[in-house]
Structures are given as structure tokens and as C-alpha cells.
Design a protein around this ligand. Structure first.
Ligand code: ADP
Ligand code: MG
Length: 319
């Protein structure tokens, strides 16, 4: 199969056909019509075999995850996803890999009505880069820099499942079969909180998606907003499976590991009533409060200060 057959066979076929795509795959560039008066939110994420996933990782999950992490970034801005580009380096044109990869990617694309509008394909060590585009009304994007002292801090869903699955796979802990089944999906096929991010327009002061762990990502909000925070361990939402292993793993697994792709956001007191009227299926859970004094203070179940050992993932950290 040559490059053009590959593009035609796997990428040009999709269910989503948006009216704002004047030209998609097939020309030298895509022609896209953003809605009048809206800002374009643009993000990209690079997944490299051996760094972000194991080379033999399930291609269906990889297709889902490569798009999900980008939609999660748009969600964290409060943007409505519309289009994406796919840049792919592949060791060989392997239909048994490409077919499930595209199924995983296009299933999620259909769910969010986002259209693949172009990309590039090359032979090379397996790497997947997606760039996603979305819309947000001017002034309504959720920024990392908007938190104010007195804001309440919330997270969506639950934290720690993806980290638990990863620790099992790396051999650090041994999960029983049914526990692993419950958390592995959360690591392999994360749910981008797109609707929730859009709901938070006009309500949240700041937001970020949790890709490197709560401490690291909330830390970005604190730094960019020049504030501090206090959070309570007993308020952090965890799944029943995650809770049942916390004695063994400790809270650091929940606090300092990424891959959950939940949102962390802050809401001023006078918007809390509006927030509480929203009832997303994943829930909005209060975990603490923004304070004027810089730094992050963590309080454990008995009210004592908690000192984490790890603070999150950093690709260029000196080992
Ligand atoms: P060019 O050589 O002009 O860059 P290509 O031959 O690389 O064009 O690509 C032809 C068309 O196929 C373009 O519209 C491009 O956006 C699209 N395309 C190439 N690779 C991918 C991919 N992995 N996913 C989606 N579209 C792709
Ligand atoms: Mg090209």
C-alpha cells in the first residue's frame, strides 16, 4: 500500500461531515470556516512510542487516547471542538494496526462531532501527533491565570484510577482481575470532559485538565494566577477501587500521577449557586480553596498537614 492509498483507505473515510469544512482531506491545505466572532482555540499533543505508550499498546485505545488528550485540552479552555489534524509516523503501512487505530479515533470523533481535516503521514518510529481546533466566544475561555483568593477549587469525576492501572502494569502493585478491569479503561481510554468545560464558561475563574497529576496541574493554576491554595485529602474524589487500595499505594498515587484527564477549576463564591444547578454525570467535587498566600497546603483526614513525596510528571526532570 502506498502513502496515498493509505490516506484514502484509512483517513478519508469518516462519519463526521461538518458544514464548516469547505475542503478537508485531499488538497494542499484544509479550508475551514470558523463561526463569525468566535475565537479559535488550537492545541496539539505528541505521543511517542516508548515514551508515552508501549510500542505494542492496543491500537484501538491509542486512537481514542490520541484524540481524547487533545479534546481534553480544548475542554480545559471551555472550547467547543470542531476539527483535528493527524500527523503520523509509522514503521510500516500495517492495516492490522491502522484499522483499529482509526476505529478508536473516529468513534470518539463522532461522539464529539469533530472532523479530521488533514495531516501528514511518514515512515518512521511510531509517533502520533494530533492538533485539535475549537471555538470559544471572546473573553469566555477558561484560563489558568484567572484564579482569585477565595475561589473554591473543584475537580470533575474521580482521580487516581489511571495511576493505579499504570502501577499495576509497571509491576509495582498487583491488582485483582476485576479491580484492574475497572481502572484500566480509565487509563487506556480517558473521557475528555468537553461538555463540562463548556458548561463552566462564565462560571469558573480558571481551569486546567489534569494530565500530569493534581499537584502539578493545580500548581500551574496557582503559579499563573499568583495565588496559593489549601486542599483537603478527604474531599478528593476517588473511585471505590482506588479507595480500597489507598492504604497500599498512599495518597501520592492520586495526587501526583497524571492520565486522569479530569478538569480542575476554580469558582468564585458568587458563582457557586450557578455551578450547583449544573449536574454533570461525572460530578463537580469541591476539594479546597484558593488563598492569597503562595504555595499549596494539603491537609489530611485528621486535619494535619500532609507532605507529598512526588509532585507530578515532568519529561525533562533530572532523574
Ligand atoms: P502534501 O504533500 O501537499 O503535504 P500529502 O500528500 O502529505 O500532501 O497529503 C495529501 C492529503 O492527505 C492532504 O490533504 C493531507 O492533509 C491529507 N493527509 C495526509 N496524511 C494524513 C493523515 N495522517 N490524516 C489525515 N489526513 C492526512
Ligand atoms: Mg505532506
Amino acid at each position: 500500500m502506498n502513502e496515498f492509498e493509505l490516506i484514502r483507505t484509512f483517513f478519508a473515510r469518516q462519519d463526521v461531515a461538518r458544514t464548516d469544512v469547505a475542503a478537508g482531506i485531499g488538497d494542499d491545505a484544509a479550508l475551514l470556516q470558523p463561526p463569525a466572532g468566535q475565537q479559535l482555540a488550537v492545541t496539539s499533543d505528541l505521543l511517542v512510542a516508548g515514551v508515552h505508550f508501549l510500542p505494542d499498546a492496543d491500537p484501538f485505545s491509542l486512537g481514542h487516547k490520541a484524540l481524547a488528550v487533545n479534546l481534553s485540552d480544548l475542554a480545559a479552555m471551555g472550547a467547543e471542538p470542531a476539527w483535528f489534524m493527524l500527523n503520523l509516523a509509522l514503521p510500516k503501512a500495517d492495516a492490522r494496526w491502522l484499522e483499529p487505530f482509526c476505529r478508536g479515533m473516529f468513534e470518539l470523533a463522532r461522539e464529539h462531532h469533530v472532523q479530521l481535516v488533514g495531516g501528514d503521514t511518514s515512515r518512521g518510529p511510531l509517533a502520533i501527533a494530533i492538533e485539535a481546533h475549537g471555538f470559544v466566544p471572546p473573553g469566555q475561555a477558561l484560563r489558568r491565570s484567572g484564579a482569585k483568593a477565595g475561589d473554591r477549587i473543584y475537580v470533575t469525576g474521580t482521580l487516581g484510577d489511571a495511576a493505579l492501572a499504570l502501577r499495576h502494569r509497571l509491576g509495582g502493585i498487583r491488582l485483582p482481575e476485576h479491580d484492574l478491569a475497572a481502572v484500566a479503561d480509565r487509563m487506556d481510554r480517558p473521557t475528555p470532559r468537553v461538555r463540562e468545560g463548556m458548561m463552566l464558561r462564565g462560571i469558573a475563574h480558571s481551569a486546567i485538565d489534569i494530565s500530569d497529576g493534581l499537584l502539578a496541574d493545580l500548581g500551574h493554576i496557582l503559579e499563573m494566577s499568583r495565588v496559593g491554595a489549601q486542599i483537603n485529602l478527604d474531599k478528593i474524589p476517588v473511585s471505590p477501587v482506588c479507595r480500597s487500595h489507598i492504604r497500599e499505594t498512599g495518597w501520592d498515587t492520586v495526587l501526583a500521577s497524571g492520565d486522569d484527564y479530569e478538569l480542575c477549576f476554580t469558582v468564585p463564591e458568587n458563582h457557586v449557586a450557578a455551578l450547583e444547578k449544573l449536574r454533570p454525570a461525572c460530578g463537580f467535587h469541591p476539594i479546597g480553596v484558593i488563598e492569597a498566600e503562595p504555595g499549596l497546603r494539603i491537609v489530611d483526614e485528621s486535619g494535619k498537614p500532609y507532605q507529598p513525596r512526588e509532585t507530578g510528571h515532568d519529561h525533562f526532570a533530572e532523574k
